[in-house]
Design a protein around this ligand. Structure first.
Ligand SMILES: [Zn+2]
Length: 329
């Protein structure tokens, strides 16, 4: 983790080099401190360090600097960690089995709702590949909902856990799957934003879709971060901090903050048509290590934010996360 190498980059959606700074290195440090403070108040003091994963300890490093593309609105790191750094992060790390089990159980109910939404929007059940299947929570939800989903993930250790639950999972990326393989749906939940080359992943996903197939994506909303981030120094700081922290946007532990508009642009270029955009909140993260008042607070706050996420139009700046469903033309 010491020798991180960075490179200057352009917008991954529209190749524009024109952007404005959203977050400086100093801002990033302050946001991370605020994030720690936020969770320290809410977590039990005896929480084992490995349960901090995805809460205050993330796979992605804190950004050096974040910008927003002037042309399409994509939020991205610039400079950005080199692609080789990203591969290393995800291939190497892996918590122990009890932690993976806990993550699986915590994520499962949210994915039940997501599988139901996918069935409704796609119009029927079918076959699918989930990119970044991680601990298999969506694969389990999809199976229970009558889908035949398989996974693909770069982390062999996590994949072994997921295979032990009875799922087919390939080690690797969507780019490395058998080119002849066709499915009805490619789902990329909470993952496109962390890839080294999301445009390449979208291209590969399109190539695996059968006629009438659908790409389903869930990502953190760059438009929400761009709207709330400037409020952190305003009289509305408390609300902005809660809005971002409850949805894992504080400190922006992602490489890309897609907006509905920017993502649509990428998908249209790959021969897909957007059918639906759904604004949402982060999946529940409270577990046995969360203080009781904090778990209650999370439920209440997320209910309020979810209501805001649903009414927002266009780039849905009130929605911390969004799902986008696009069909092959
Ligand atoms: Zn752009």
């Amino acid at each position: 983790m010491t020798d991180v190498s960075y490179e200057l980059t352009r917008c991954a959606v529209c190749s524009s080099a024109s952007s404005e700074e959203l977050l400086s290195a100093d801002d990033a440090r302050i946001e991370i401190e605020q994030l720690w403070e936020f969770h320290q108040k809410r977590l039990r003091a005896d929480i084992p360090p490995d349960h901090l994963m995805d809460r205050v300890a993330f796979s992605q490093r804190t950004p050096l600097r974040l910008v927003r593309c002037d042309d399409c609105g994509l939020v991205y790191r610039n400079p950005m960690e080199r692609a080789s750094e990203v591969a290393e992060i995800y291939e190497n790390e892996g918590p122990d089995e009890p932690v993976l089990r806990a993550l699986h159980d915590t994520q499962r109910s949210a994915y039940d709702a997501q599988a139901a939404r996918l069935t409704e929007i796609f119009g029927r059940r079918g076959t699918g590949v989930e990119v970044g299947s991680y601990v298999g929570a969506f694969l389990a939800a999809a199976r229970a909902a009558g889908w035949q989903f398989a996974g693909v993930d770069v982390n062999a250790q996590t994949n072994a856990f997921t295979r032990a639950l009875g799922f087919q999972v390939d080690d690797g990326s969507i780019e490395s799957l058998d080119p002849a393989r066709r499915v009805d749906v490619v789902a990329i939940w909470n993952c496109l934003d962390q890839l080294a080359d999301p445009a390449s992943a979208v291209r590969a996903a399109r190539a695996h879709l059968a006629s009438g197939g659908m790409l389903a994506v869930r990502v953190p909303n760059g438009a929400c971060y761009a709207a709330f981030r400037p409020l952190l120094q305003s009289p509305l700081a408390g609300i902005a901090r809660e809005w971002l922290a409850q949805n894992n946007l504080l400190g922006f532990p992602y490489r890309y903050g897609f907006t509905p508009t920017a993502l649509e642009r990428l998908l249209v270029r790959n021969g897909m048509r957007v059918e639906q955009v759904v604004g949402d909140v982060l999946v529940p993260i409270a577990d046995r290590w969360t203080k009781r008042w904090a778990a209650l607070e999370e439920r209440l706050v997320k209910r309020v934010i979810a209501a805001g996420a649903r009414i927002a139009r266009g780039d849905k700046p009130l929605a911390p996360w969004f799902e986008l469903y696009a069909r092959v033309e």
